[in-house]
Design a protein around this ligand. Structure first.
Ligand code: ATP
Length: 368
């Protein structure tokens, strides 16, 4: 029997609530106590009953479909420092928690991985400075930690989908369907900027699902001249064939092969100046995060929450911390440390202009 805590961290994503609900209920079902850490790592660093709350079966009623995260999330600077993590360690022990499930993006799970790696030295320091007893030191020798990936960006390695990505994609597609009508009516071009940070998945999939004329993503950049020529040639051809509307999707992280950011306004200027198109920019912004979770996100969030509880009950001090992933339609455990490492290498490959490598580390079959 364990005391299992769940938290959501980083950017909110539809399906995080479903994940919290599944963890709480699966923990109670297995005879454990369930806790929620409010406001992500901020709650862990602050501690106390206001931030670490015991949850009952009923506390998560209605969570399944709701967007956002009802237990709060935050970006927490203090947790990036050892002093902040030391406080977090003390607060978990004070609350009697010996297993932690973190639902968040790559940053949050990097933090989780570091926390687990540091745990022995953190509890030693707490013991040496008499902040915990020798008995507590012995009881909380190991922190069982497990990650579930909640992020609209779908940017985490070793999982096919992150919780929230399909809900966000659905919202983007609906918004573009609305824009289509006005684009068609006025024979306009629309440049739509979508989220995704350094990952082009949302832009690429939205482009396929709405048959966009051109898509700009960070993983497949070309020179400044290159993308402009290619876009104008494709859009020009579509227009010559009688198409009345033009949709160009720009990932917020779109770059040139010289790593210069490409903004939606820059794309608009090219369409206006070179093709003479009446062009508008639509930045979808936070609507992409809003609303209820689509069925797929509810399903993976629930199944992964149940698996996360199983994992923390089974993992021994010698097994690496797991990340609960979906791989070829199966809910599986992957080493958290690997997922974090590969995700970081994609960013490093892009920074060093090794786009081939970035593509092969991401799902290259989508990007060819
Ligand atoms: P999203 O993908 O939605 O942006 P994310 O989890 O990647 O979510 P971040 O802002 O990168 O979002 O991280 C969330 C929090 O995780 C940070 O505010 C910080 O508290 C913690 N964190 C991130 N990186 C680290 C790190 N290297 N070490 C310790 N903690 C970290």
């Amino acid at each position: 029997r364990r005391n299992i805590a769940v938290m959501t961290s980083g950017g909110d994503a539809p399906g995080m609530n479903a994940n919290v609900r599944a963890v709480v209920r699966a923990a109670i079902f297995r005879g454990c106590k369930a806790f929620a850490i409010m406001e992500g790592y901020e709650g862990l660093v602050r501690g106390g009953p206001e931030y670490i709350k015991e949850m009952t079966w009923h506390s998560v009623r209605g969570f399944l479909s709701e967007g956002g995260t009802n237990i709060g999330t935050a970006r927490c600077k203090d947790f990036r420092e050892r002093a902040g993590r030391l406080k977090g360690c003390k607060h978990l022990i004070e609350a009697g928690i010996d297993a932690l499930i973190v639902c968040g993006g790559d940053g949050s799970l990097t933090g989780a991985d570091l926390f687990r790696a540091e745990w022995p030295s953190l509890i030693k320091e707490l013991r040496d400075t008499n902040q915990i007893t020798a008995e507590q030191h012995e009881t909380y020798k190991h922190l069982n930690i497990c990650g579930t990936v909640g992020s609209i960006d779908n940017d985490m390695a070793t999982t096919d989908a992150t919780i929230g990505a399909y809900s966000s994609l659905d919202r983007i597609c609906k918004a573009i369907d609305y824009i289509d009508a006005t684009a068609n009516s006025h024979s306009r071009a629309f440049v739509v900027e979508v989220m995704g940070r350094h990952c082009g998945w949302l832009a690429l999939m939205a482009g396929i699902a709405t048959s966009a004329d051109y898509i700009l993503i960070p993983e497949k950049p070309s020179s400044s001249r290159g993308w402009q020529d290619q876009m104008c040639s494709i859009v020009g051809k579509h227009r010559a064939e009688g198409k009345r509307k033009t949709i160009v999707i720009v990932a917020e992280g779109a770059i040139t092969s010289d790593l210069e950011h490409i903004s939606a306004n820059q794309v608009k200027d090219v369409l206006v100046e070179r093709l003479g198109l009446d062009t508008r920019v639509t930045t979808l912004g936070h609507v992409q995060r809003g609303g209820t979770a689509v069925a797929y996100d509810r399903i993976i969030a629930t199944m992964q929450g149940v698996e996360a509880v199983k994992a923390v009950l089974e993992v021994t001090p010698d097994t690496p911390s797991p990340l609960i992933a979906i791989d070829e339609n199966k809910i599986v455990r992957k080493p958290l440390v690997d997922a974090v490492k590969i995700t970081k290498s994609v960013a490093a490959a892009i920074e060093s202009k090794d786009f081939e490598k970035a593509m092969s580390l991401r799902d290259s079959e989508f990007l060819e």
